[in-house]
Design a protein around this ligand. Structure first.
Ligand SMILES: C[S@@+](CC[C@H](N)C(=O)[O-])C[C@H]1O[C@@H](n2cnc3c(N)ncnc32)[C@H](O)[C@@H]1O
Length: 236
């Protein structure tokens, strides 16, 4: 048996219909097209238990996908070559934009695991895994270092950090990545934002300096972007 990923995404997305057409179609499109979500499920990078913190979690789509994956696995709709989805992993998301927190609440009611906050100042709970997808570019270099240091303090030894960012050494792909991001910021009415990218080598050096062992892998399949996923494990 194989996992019908699009059917899984459709089921995970259904609750967002309560949050309106934009939220619904955005979540569905992002889960289907962004290779990182399929890779997370397939490769089993997340622990089975403990707590996962998702910093800058947007509409909380990873939490919806993990919950649906768990349901499908329990029902026997799972492929033998895909990892077992986490069974006892509590999810906690932190998101800056109030409308996204509100949309997640409309979708999941009081069960929404997303709180409104700024990851630069919010208290981070102890966790067995942390994930930050496409968020640190909005923080300056000092803030990026600071948040990663705070994650090291809250992540259990051996715990996992999944970090994705554009690779500033990615040539034309990186030009497309940063230009698309600037256009999105303008479209959202945020004006010309300063965006803070590093090269793959610089991210690895920073993560290693802070006490992680790091694997990096391209996470841009099917897109024109320069995105890299850093799969980091806390070793000290
Ligand atoms: C490109 S989106 C990625 C959302 C989500 N991680 C995903 O992969 O679908 C970046 C998100 O980070 C959030 N964000 C940016 N700066 C933040 C901050 N200081 N604290 C919390 N969230 C932040 C934005 O509001 C936005 O929802």
């Amino acid at each position: 048996m194989s996992v019908n990923f699009n059917a899984l995404v459709d089921a995970a997305t259904r609750p967002y219909a309560r949050a309106g057409r934009y939220a619904y179609h955005f979540v569905r499109g992002k889960l289907r097209r962004d290779p990182v979500f399929r890779a997370i499920l397939k490769n089993g990078w997340l622990p089975d238990e403990g707590r996962l913190i998702d910093l800058g979690c947007g509409l909380g789509l990873l939490s919806a996908l993990l919950a649906e994956a768990q349901k499908q696995h329990q029902a026997g709709n799972w492929a033998p070559d895909w990892s077992t989805p986490p069974r006892n992993l509590e999810f906690q998301g932190i998101e800056l934009q109030g409308w996204k927190v509100q949309a997640a609440r409309q979708a999941f009611g009081d069960n929404s695991p997303i709180c409104h906050g700024d990851i630069r100042t919010a208290e981070l709970p102890d966790c067995s895994a942390a994930i930050i997808l496409d968020v640190l570019l909005y923080l300056n270099n000092a803030e990026q270092r600071e948040i990663l240091q705070r994650i090291v303090r809250t992540l259990q030894p051996g715990g996992t950090l999944l970090l994705r960012e554009g690779n500033a050494a990615g040539g034309l792909r990186h030009f497309v990545t940063s230009t698309a991001e600037h256009i999105c910021c303008l479209w959202r009415g945020q004006g010309w934002q300063d965006l803070h990218y590093r090269t793959e080598t610089q991210w690895i050096a920073l993560l290693e300096e802070l006490g992680f062992s790091v694997d990096s892998l391209p996470m841009n399949q099917g897109t024109p972007f320069s995105n890299i996923l850093f799969h980091a494990t806390r070793i000290t």
